[in-house]
Design a protein around this ligand. Structure first.
Ligand code: BG6
Length: 273
């Protein structure tokens, strides 16, 4: 079943339920803020303090960072782009079979067309397609900024990035991954040359993230101090929320940017299971 729901403040989202899974996707940001397979814990972390309000990004789920990832050179522009604060239109909904449903969202203006196709089943599939409909080249960086729900950050191990180079965003130094990633402090890294499945091992389950159309992946956990600062500044998460999530972001970031010539398209795709 796919239904359009509205909160008392007018905030709209799509509610999906089928035999394999359920999901909720806000029109604001085409933001998947809930995904759960039948009989399992939610895959995505969602802050209980987030405000569901048009024009404001939800804290948790899968914010779409687009058409830039991170801070813009122009400090007046919002971090991670404007897509996550923009209202998308629904252009297609499909109950594919008992176990799979899909919805496609669109955001457009004179320069670009951006569509997000979401397939909800035993796997969650996301396809973010950018088309340049302008007469000049269009440069983008982007990410699915996925917040994974974990039992305890201290029990988390991330595999699949061994030997990969990364930019440590805390020191701005280039490093190389040695073994699995574990968390004992703030981690904010942009991995490069990513070409294999990323594996998230938690105490009681293992999740996989497959990426296509991208060769970078961001691994982020704010840890104690930054989480406290963010909690105070934005009031959209508890100050100890860092214990419950890790972000594995499927990205085209920094050197892995995309330049689209007029009429060209690029699709960033992630499969989560
Ligand atoms: C991550 C960045 O992708 O997003 C972090 O690597 C940043 O540096 C985080 O703090 C959250 O950003 P925001 O804008 O959603 O608070």
């Amino acid at each position: 079943m796919i239904s359009l729901k509205k909160l008392p403040n007018g905030f709209e989202y799509i509610d999906i339920k089928n035999n394999s899974a359920e999901a909720k996707i806000a029109l604001n940001g085409a933001h998947v803020f809930h995904y759960k397979r039948v009989g399992e814990e939610p895959v995505l972390w969602l802050s209980e303090k987030t405000e569901f309000e048009e024009g404001t990004s939800i804290r948790g789920g899968i914010p779409i960072c687009w058409p830039w990832f991170g801070i813009n050179e122009d400090k007046n522009l919002p971090a991670h782009g404007f897509a996550r604060n923009s209202k998308f239109k629904i252009i297609k909904q499909d109950e594919i079979n008992k176990d799979m449903s899909s919805v496609t969202f669109k955001l457009e203006n004179k320069e670009y067309e951006l569509s997000l196709h979401v397939e909800v089943g035993a796997k969650l599939k996301l396809e973010l397609k950018t088309t340049n409909i302008d007469t000049k080249p269009f440069k983008i960086t982007q990410a699915f900024h996925t917040y994974f729900n974990v039992s305890d950050i201290l029990h988390v191990e991330i595999d699949g990035l061994n030997n990969k180079p990364y930019l440590d965003a805390l020191t701005m130094k280039q490093e190389k991954q040695n073994g699995s990633i574990t968390f004992k402090e703030e981690v904010d890294r942009v991995y490069q040359e990513v070409d294999t499945t990323i594996v998230l091992k938690d105490a009681n389950r293992t999740l996989h993230v497959e990426n296509f159309g991208s060769s970078s992946a961001v691994i982020w956990n704010p840890w104690i101090d930054k989480c406290k600062r963010m909690s105070l500044a934005k009031n959209d998460m508890r100050e100890d929320a860092y214990k419950e999530f890790v972000c594995i972001e499927s990205a085209n970031a920094f050197d892995d940017f995309i330049v689209l010539e007029p009429n060209e398209s690029h699709t960033l795709k992630a499969i989560i299971y």
